[in-house]
Design a binder for this molecule. Structure first.
Ligand code: B12
Length: 342
């Protein structure tokens, strides 16, 4: 008989039945209390036992076989139910695609954005549109059991529509180098590849610390990051590019500008007088040669006069992915060429 049910029935006894069953008033009190505690403990133990039997059953036969979805909270604080483990993943951002491949999940990816070009295998995957304008129809047609995208762009309506169709979407939102690593760990959790994610982040941390050690105590040049010219868009405080500049031993001249991705006028750039300019064209079709030439007209700027304008591969520093450590190395080499020879 179920102890929990018996407990409830005791509660349902009439006053007379109760007195008859339990003897004198004084003893009754303590006996009833003891009895009820025993019952409750017995009930709890039985429930726990059932729970452990269920758990061992699930781990033996796999949570997926019984179609169990596990709750997660994404990086915007949204609740997402993810089937264990997801088998048909769509990535809507190059950074997410790089993370999934680094976690050996390439075979489970059924769709990527048209900007996902790394690793080369990513180019063989079905394309679901741009990273800020993905195609709802293409995504739905691929029957994903998990979609992962970034908070970049204005995709709230898109996310709401997809959610209303019952497709789980996990949104990443890393705004610092630490958050990039945290985000990798969270993607590891959502895809049930926690160990792989921990190893990946561990090796990223080691490389970051190594670079920090090397640039420690060195002069810190004033740095301008330009992801496009005309308009000149830079990276301000609250971005992982800002962090990369600091970790590489520089000072970001755009740190006090308005907004995370401030558009700077040439007057503002001249007033901040960068000693190093880092160019990383947002789109690979933008010619870096043309950009470098464009800067030559601003001889008032220290970096232009001394020829310290460096092209840093955009995919290494504009994507919050494991490859930012290679981007960091490139930036550190540009700022301290004597310390980090190739
Ligand atoms: C700044 C910028 C970046 C920044 C940050 C992106 C961002 N946060 O928007 C960084 C450096 C990370 C970046 C990277 C890339 N970018 Co970019 N980027 C831009 C740029 C110059 C400005 C975007 C902007 O103003 N963002 C500010 C606002 C929109 O973002 P926010 O501050 O994060 O705020 C939003 C979110 O918080 C969101 N939000 C808030 N609450 C919620 C809730 C939910 C549910 C959701 C979903 C969202 C959400 O809404 C807010 C307002 O819209 C545009 C060009 C342009 N002029 O638009 C290109 C642009 C968006 N980038 C582009 C590209 C190609 C890239 C890269 C693929 C380049 C590369 N070589 O890899 C990478 C991909 C990054 C990745 N994750 O893999 C293209 C996209 C083309 C397309 N059709 O998809 C654009 C349009 C440039 C271009 N001319 O082609 N980019």
């Amino acid at each position: 008989m179920d102890g929990c049910k018996t407990d409830q029935r005791i509660g349902a006894l009439s006053k007379r039945e109760f007195r008859h069953a339990t003897g004198s008033r004084k003893h009754r009190k303590s006996r009833v209390a003891l009895h009820s505690i025993e019952r409750r403990v017995e009930c709890r133990m039985r429930k726990q036992k059932n729970f452990f039997i269920l758990l061992s059953f699930l781990s033996l036969f796999g949570l997926r076989e019984v179609g169990l979805a596990v709750p997660f909270t994404d990086e915007l604080g949204r609740k997402v139910m993810v089937v264990h483990p997801p088998q048909r993943i769509i990535s809507i951002a190059p950074s997410v695609t790089e993370i999934l491949f680094a976690l050996n999940l390439g075979e489970r990816i059924v769709g990527v954005s048209s900007y996902c070009n790394y690793p080369p295998e990513a180019k063989q995957k079905e394309r679901v549109g741009g990273y800020i304008n993905p195609s709802m129809e293409k995504i739905v047609a691929l029957h994903p059991d998990l979609v992962i995208q970034t908070a970049d762009g204005d995709l709230k309506t898109f996310v709401d529509r997809l959610t209303s169709l019952g497709i789980p979407i996990y949104i990443t939102n890393p705004r610092s180098v630490n958050e990039v690593m945290e985000s990798i760990l969270k993607i590891g959790a959502v895809t049930f590849t926690t160990k792989g994610a921990e190893n990946l982040v561990g090796s990223m941390r080691e490389k970051i610390q190594d670079i920090q050690r090397r640039v420690q105590g060195q002069p810190q040049p004033r740095v301008l990051h330009a992801m496009s010219v005309d308009p000149l868009i830079s990276s301000g405080k609250g971005t992982f590019v800002h962090d990369l500049i600091l970790l590489a031993g520089g000072r970001n001249v755009a740190e006090n500008a308005r907004g995370k991705h401030p558009q700077l006028s040439m007057e503002e750039v001249m007033a901040r007088d960068p000693e190093v300019i880092l160019l990383s064209a947002m789109l690979s079709s933008d010619s870096l040669q043309d950009q470098k030439k464009w800067w030559q007209r601003w001889r008032e700027i220290s970096a232009v006069r001394s020829g310290r304008i460096y092209a840093v591969e955009a995919d290494l520093i504009l994507r919050p992915s494991p490859r930012i450590v290679r981007g960091l190395e490139e930036i550190a080499r540009a700022l301290h060429p004597e310390l980090l020879k190739k």
